[in-house]
Write a protein that binds this ligand. Structure first.
Ligand SMILES: Nc1ncnc2c1ncn2[C@@H]1O[C@H](COP(=O)(O)OP(=O)(O)OP(=O)(O)O)[C@@H](O)[C@H]1O
Ligand SMILES: [Mg+2]
Length: 456
């Protein structure tokens, strides 16, 4: 057969810009930039594996983010990227097969920074100040105007690199102006910014406990440490093992789980339940220290799959965390957006079953069990105190109290509605306006019972 022509298959720049920014949230794009700063900091510091042991390895490093409806910027003092790095791969789309993600980084794919700046806006300036191996200080800037850059698809694709004034500290600054409407609207919205702060505190809590400082619009973000509750009768589980990927690559897996907050009481009216307790509950997954899945209550972490029931308010209080750590970030069960785990990963599947499932199962069983002697269970739960996760001792399964079951008496449940006003009035007459509805009901029943039937 004779070839008569070739069908064009080269990509267009517009395709890249549209596609890579499509399925990622603005928050996750900003996190990609934070990840790069942290990778830079560890590289400068000499990256050790991220462990839970208290350390101050990141205490010299500072990331400042400014976001308003007109512009976005992120500035770090994490050592910067070198001119060689910029020329050779920092701006290319995707790492070459030969470029290994090493040094316990979170960067794997070679796309995060480009995707983030394209998602944010049109006028971009990436600046870097770094030291060469002889201690010489150099600076450069990469200005990009996306609307101009996409005009011409002819290869080679590249960006100009200009000489630049040095930054105050060695590091990277990324400025984005002419923001896309989605970014501009989000940064105008105080609740977006508030939520972003909360997510940073949660997903970088392991880095912040190692001293990393992050500020948004001039306000330092306070880390939210992960803690579990412990007493003589309650104690979280903690185990670790290694998965050998091939002769030279391995992933360390550490799993910790137990009670992080007091479970709900079935009789607490829903409006009295602190939403925070449920919000923090669930499974957390960290890859090289970065929390990629937080407070998960879906089948990704096993709820509602195999033999586990779907998440239910009854399980509130449970918290489990799995830390996957590897010198080779490609071996981690990461998705490209770093907002979930790759469920097809063998390393992840083996952590999920049996280990994570067993930890969830123990808690599910306990929350069923405690209903039989709620008063005793609540007493024991209240005796626990929170401890930081690094203080948890290795123990293969969660220790939970053995509640002795009282001889079963056939019970009748009463459920009726009255106006809240009348309920409160009666509670007040009974001496406590804040008395739970259940207690008002029980007191009323006892009153009628002793009047009509007599004392037990
Ligand atoms: N703040 C920074 N400090 C130092 N180097 C940086 C910084 N930001 C980016 N770089 C350099 O630019 C490169 C490209 O970043 P990019 O986020 O696009 O890809 P990646 O981090 O390699 O992989 P991933 O797509 O998984 O994030 C990084 O590997 C790093 O060398
Ligand atoms: Mg990156």
């Amino acid at each position: 057969m004779n070839e008569i022509a070739k069908a064009a298959a080269s990509p267009t720049k517009a395709f890249f810009v549209r596609m890579i920014t499509r399925d990622i949230t603005l928050e996750d794009c900003i996190f990609d930039l934070i990840d790069n700063s942290i990778d830079g900091a560890w590289k400068t510091e000499g990256s050790p594996p991220m462990t839970l042991e208290p350390h101050e390895g990141l205490s010299k490093y500072d990331i400042r983010i400014e976001a308003d409806p007109n512009k976005f910027s992120i500035l770090d003092n994490c050592g910067g990227m070198s001119l060689d790095q910029a020329v050779e791969y920092a701006f290319s789309f995707g790492r070459k097969i030969a470029d290994h993600a090493d040094g316990y980084s979170i960067g794997v794919y070679g796309i995060g920074m480009k995707r983030a700046v394209f998602k944010l806006g049109n006028k971009i300036r990436i600046r870097s100040t770094y030291r060469d191996e002889h201690g010489g200080r150099h600076s450069f800037a990469v200005p990009i105007v996306v609307s101009k850059w996409i005009e011409n698809d002819e290869p080679p694709w590249d960006f100009d690199i200009d000489d630049d004034e040095p930054l105050e500290n060695d590091g990277v600054e990324i400025l984005v102006e002419d923001l896309n409407s989605g970014a501009s609207e989000a940064f105008r919205n105080p609740s977006f910014l508030e939520n972003l702060k909360r997510m940073i505190a949660r997903d970088y809590s392991l880095h912040m406990s190692g001293g990393l400082k992050v500020a948004l619009n001039g306000e330092s973000i306070r880390a939210r440490p992960i803690e579990l509750r412990k007493s003589d009768e309650f104690s979280p589980m903690r185990m670790s093992y290694e998965e050998q990927i091939d002769a030279s690559k391995k992933v360390t897996v550490e799993i910790i789980g137990g009670m992080a907050a007091l479970p709900y009481d079935d009789n607490e009216p829903p409006e009295d339940r602190s939403r925070d307790r449920e919000r923090i509950s669930g499974w957390y997954i960290a890859c090289n220290g970065r929390i990629v899945l937080a407070a998960d209550k879906t089948d990704v972490s096993g709820w509602g799959s195999d033999d586990l029931p779907s998440w239910h308010g009854q399980y509130t209080g449970f918290l489990g965390i799995v830390l996957f750590t590897s010198e080779d970030a490609e071996s981690l069960p990461l998705t490209t957006t770093k907002r979930s785990v790759d469920r097809t990963s063998v390393v992840y599947r083996r952590a999920l079953r049996p280990h994570m499932r067993d930890v969830s199962r123990a808690w599910i069983d306990y929350t069923n069990w405690r209903k039989q002697d709620l008063a005793e269970a609540k007493k024991k739960e209240a005796e626990t105190r929170s401890i930081p996760i690094h203080q948890i001792q290795a123990q293969s399964s969660t220790k939970l109290p053995n509640l002795t079951v009282k001889p079963r008496q056939k019970m009748a449940n009463v459920n009726y509605s009255v106006s809240r006003e009348r309920m409160k009035e009666l509670a007040r007459e009974l001496g406590n306006i804040n008395m739970s509805y259940k207690d008002v009901g029980l007191r009323s029943f006892d009153y009628m019972y002793s009047d009509y039937v007599g004392e037990d």
